[in-house]
Design a protein around this ligand. Structure first.
Ligand code: NFE
Length: 482
């Protein structure tokens, strides 16, 4: 048979993600040989902050995203605490971190069950379910009526034995209740969820009572129980059933994360950089934005007609290197024994970047975060305040940096103020690191991860294999184009 000509597949829009994303691949010899990742809209949060009171950033930056709101409030609070030279009291630090931990875990749960699982599972098999579990009966009705992902055509290699489908579908349904309880627990101290009202530089403004802390603790415990009983084992089951993805979707040997969850001393995630295996500390001066292939003029203003541009996401480089960020980076840089031990159960000896190592790292991290959050609450001192006042009336001038861990990776906010107004605000966001375009000829992180991915003729226009690689990074393009 003559070799087939290269073909291009554009996935547009990439569904089951936050934001607007197009992925273009060229397939030759059954593999991806070129890829472009295109952020499809402009938002302008950094610009709309200019001229405002610095503390507005805590509320406004949370609106960057429909998934990772609280974490932008946290990064902004940290940057502003640096600017104003204040530190929250111990209760403020630990409650804030417990909220952040629970927020990250619920974000990981949405990722796995609602966004990622339909790539691997034939939900349509639920039409054959004959039992009386009300959750599965409800999902069978959806699948039968043709509702959303439950009725979408499954990938050719999707899991379809009924026991597996039912067990994963039950957890898919259960996650909604787990998230509702977690959000209710967080809302007691956040004022509301999403978009916490009580976060401010200096701590949290909510009246903190023992009752609220106990209810937050219960929300963390029930989430931890779900992670232990369903999320982690089911992620490993996926790894066992799709072993090829333990290798596929690599392409990156550089990782970056910031120290995070450090309010109680040694950080849970120590952070750092690893470039081709060489470790270092993060030097913020080495982070560069590159606009080669982005729709911005040299003055930084949006320019949809810029020659050579193909994405609204800016290119990010550490020195000259692209850096993968995310739970895998955090755990690798933290030399997590738990990650190694867990991946060893799937036969992985050397932990590298791949679709399944990303998925497993996220689940292991969820477990670590639940344990950490419960430990934090043990340090709560009844009667102690959770906030120190921020001098809001001060015509502050200066700079502040806030680094933290977002669900999708390293998040940094930088603020510059003059006489009480923001003059520059920068958000260096995880999905910008991962989904940024090429710099010169050097592809972005996800573009590189796609290279070499086998795409079977049977996978059709959806190129499910490429979709699995892209989704393993948990894309949030709303954040990436902020
Ligand atoms: Ni909009 Fe986010 C997270 C941030 S972006 S989801 O997590 O910051 O990658």
């Amino acid at each position: 048979m003559p070799p087939s000509a290269p073909r291009t597949i554009a996935i547009d829009p990439v569904t089951r993600i936050e934001g607007h994303l197009r992925v273009e691949t060229t397939i030759d010899g059954g593999r991806v040989v070129a890829a472009r990742v295109l952020g499809r809209m402009y938002r302008g949060f950094e610009r709309l902050l200019v001229g405002r009171h610095p503390v507005d950033a805590v509320r406004l930056t949370q609106r960057t995203c429909g998934i990772c709101h609280e974490v932008h409030g946290m990064a902004a609070s940290l940057a502003l605490e640096d600017l104003y030279g204040i530190t929250p009291p111990p209760n403020g630090l630990l409650l804030r971190e417990a909220i952040l931990a629970l927020h990250l875990v619920t974000d990981h749960l949405i990722f796995f069950y609602q966004l990622c699982l339909p790539d691997y599972l034939d939900f349509g098999r639920l039409r054959d379910y004959r039992g009386d579990d009300p959750r599965l009966v409800a999902m069978r009705q959806l699948a039968t009526r043709g509702g959303g992902v439950l009725a979408a055509p499954p990938p050719a290699d999707a899991l379809r034995d009924l026991d597996t489908v039912c067990s994963l579908a039950r957890a898919y349904h259960e996650v909604f209740a787990v998230r509702r309880e977690a959000a209710a627990g967080m809302a007691l101290l956040c004022g509301k969820v999403p978009f916490a009202h009580t976060l401010l530089p200096g701590g949290i403004t909510a009246e903190v009572t023992i009752d609220k802390v106990l209810r937050l603790g219960r929300a963390i415990e029930q989430t931890a129980h779900f992670v232990q009983r369903s999320y982690l084992p089911q992620t490993l089951e996926l790894g066992r059933r799709f072993p090829d993805y333990l290798r596929l979707g690599g392409g990156n040997r550089n990782f970056l994360s910031y120290p995070a969850f450090a309010g109680q001393g040694a950080p849970l995630f120590p952070g750092g950089t690893s470039i081709g295996g060489r470790r270092g500390k993060v030097d913020l001066q080495r982070i560069k934005e590159d606009l080669d292939h982005s729709f911005f003029g040299s003055d930084g203003h949006p320019d949809p007609h810029r020659a050579g541009a193909y994405s609204w996401i800016k290119g990010l480089r550490y020195g000259n290197e692209r850096m993968e960020v995310g739970p895998l980076a955090r755990l690798l840089l933290g030399e997590s024994r738990e990650l190694r031990r867990t991946l060893a159960t799937l036969g992985v000896r050397e932990v590298t970047s791949s679709v399944m190592t990303r998925l497993v790292a996220r689940a292991v991290e969820a477990q670590m975060l639940c344990t950490h959050a419960l430990t934090l609450l043990e340090g709560f001192r009844p009667g102690g305040t959770a906030i120190v006042p921020c001098p809001l009336d001060k015509a502050i001038s200066g700079r502040g940096v806030g680094m933290t861990a977002a669900a999708r990776g390293a998040l940094c906010h930088m603020v510059e103020a003059e006489r009480g107004q923001i003059v520059r605000y920068r958000m260096i966001v995880p999905s910008t690191w991962n989904f940024g375009p090429a710099v010169g000829e050097s592809p972005g992180v996800v573009e590189a991860a796609l290279l070499g991915t086998p795409v079977s003729a049977a996978s059709g226009a959806g190129a499910v294999e490429a979709g699995r690689v892209v989704r393993s990074f948990d894309p949030c393009i709303a954040c990436a184009v902020h």
